[in-house]
Design a protein around this ligand. Structure first.
Ligand code: PHE
Length: 481
């Protein structure tokens, strides 16, 4: 059996005595007692020594207790300050009178009559004084008669001491008798030791290759961000470019440009976060206005009524990333366009495990000559398949800005069909005011739900919590990629 240097040193120190207190060994080995206990426990596991732990309770004086040491308890001191009797008023002049008089009466040492204090026949010390005398002599006492009284009075306090006795086992003794090499072990070899061949005779430190190292937690991308990055990768692979834009949008871009009527319920205060800020309308906004009011000379009749520029200037926290799609199209009205973005959107929702007031959407648009619904369904199917959802189906839906409108759903084992967003082909009421002449396929998918499914979460809020433990424990390549 190979012994570590510390084990050898322990056996050598312990050998002559056979059994010793860890503190004594520490002195012999010129180290700390805690270190000896640690070596001894390890050596104990290997059967070289036995370690016995003793817990001892003892009592030491409190600060108040220390003040009486050598002088006696207050009642004794005060009792001894007068002969047979003393007027109460005089006695009260003693600095300890306040504490002592009560105790002297309680112990039956005095009687008070007509303002005079008279000693009684029996003033012998009780067990508490005996215990206190022992304490004065030794500085500490074990539990015993009278000690509890002193503790109750706050004159002594309990202290726990732990002692360790280490004894050599027959196995340890046997190894000791074979002679132990006490040279320091080499942890790393120097170039010189290797060249000279000295390494062959050096005692080498052993490595336990079966021991697991401490777990390390290097920097790590948040699991949700990883899924977002994966989605971006998929869309880049599918030939899309990334759009970007601000979180604060005018109602014009968030609603009006998407042919959402100004009295649409989604534009109410209870659904949308409106901001105090206003933004000027873009050049050419009149065409959007005309489309709303009467159809702008197209086959549409518009929504009718009067369109309010003031309402359109009002800023909101974007309620969907479709507000970026329409701006991107306004800036690039000519085909081909293939763009996406992943961004946070805001809605005034009652918060529960599957609904939050902020979440991420993955928005995409494809504009080209003659693209149609089959292409749209194809794009969505392909995207979901790449995300690991094999079964996708489409249900008819409704959005004010698309016709037809489709709601994609994916099938998840154990959950069934899960709705993941909306899509459709932009209506001419949306495209015409911006001079867009070709069909635009569009979709907006809630991706926090996708992340939740992929990460096996029950509560969407987990994605947004600062839960380092969860981030650590979530495998980097969980799921399929
Ligand atoms: N904007 C819609 C939503 O937030 C999704 C959508 C985008 C629908 C594009 C159709 C076209 O639910």
């Amino acid at each position: 059996m190979e012994l570590t240097l510390n084990e050898k040193k322990l056996l050598v120190a312990l050998g002559p005595m056979g059994s010793a207190d860890a503190a004594v060994l520490a002195e012999k080995m010129d180290t700390r007692r805690e270190a000896v206990v640690q070596y001894a426990n390890l050596a104990g596991d290997r059967g070289l020594v036995d370690v016995e732990k003793h817990v001892a309770r003892r009592y030491v004086p409190t600060e108040e207790g220390r003040a009486y040491i050598g002088r006696g308890l207050p009642e004794r001191q005060v009792l001894e300050s007068f002969e047979e009797s003393i007027p109460m008023r005089d006695l009260q002049g003693h600095p300890l009178a306040k504490i002592a008089i009560g105790w002297m009466r309680k112990k039956g040492w005095i009687a008070i009559r007509d303002g005079v204090v008279q000693k009684s026949g029996n003033t012998a010390p009780g067990p508490d004084e005996a215990a206190f005398a022992r304490l004065a002599e030794k500085g500490e006492i074990a539990d015993g008669e009278g000690v509890a009284d002193l503790a109750k009075r706050g004159l002594v306090q309990e202290e726990e001491t732990v002692a360790y006795t280490v004894s050599i086992t027959p196995r340890g003794r046997e190894l000791l008798s074979q002679g132990l090499d006490l040279r320091e072990e080499a942890g790393t070899l120097t170039r010189e030791q290797i060249l000279s061949g000295e390494w062959k005779s050096l005692p080498l430190r052993r490595y336990d290759v079966t021991k697991l190292p401490k777990r390390a937690y290097p920097g790590k991308v948040h699991p949700y961000q990883r899924i977002i990055d994966e989605m971006r990768g998929i869309l880049f692979d599918m030939g899309f470019e990334e759009m970007s834009g601000g979180i604060v949008q005018s109602s014009f871009w968030n609603f009006d440009a998407l042919f959402q009527p100004q009295d649409h319920p989604a534009r109410e205060m209870q659904d949308t976060f409106f901001l105090g800020e206003r933004r000027p309308l873009p050049a050419g906004y009149e065409r959007v206005r005309d489309m709303h009011e009467h159809g702008g000379g197209t086959s549409s009749t518009g929504w009718g009524g009067t369109w309010s520029a003031e309402k359109a200037e009002q800023c909101v926290l974007r309620t969907h990333t479709t507000s970026l799609s329409i701006q991107h199209l306004a800036a690039h009205p000519k085909p081909p366009v293939r763009a996406f973005c992943i961004g946070r959107v805001y809605r005034r929702e009652a918060i529960d495990p599957t609904h939050l007031a902020e979440f991420e959407q993955l928005e995409g648009i494809v504009m080209d000559e003659d693209v149609n619904l089959r292409h749209l369904l194809g794009f969505l199917k392909e995207f979901y398949a790449k995300m690991g959802f094999e079964k996708v189906r489409f249900r008819p839906g409704y959005f004010p800005y698309t016709e037809p409108s489709v709601e994609p759903e994916v099938y998840v084992d154990g959950l069934g069909w899960v709705e993941l967003g909306g899509s459709g082909i932009f209506r001419q009421e949306v495209t015409e005011p911006f001079g867009i002449e070709h069909p635009v396929l569009a979709w907006g998918l809630g991706i926090s739900r996708v992340a939740m499914l992929r990460l096996g979460l029950r509560d969407l809020r987990q994605l947004y919590r600062s839960d380092v433990e969860w981030v650590r424990e979530t495998p980097t390549y969980g799921g399929r990629r």
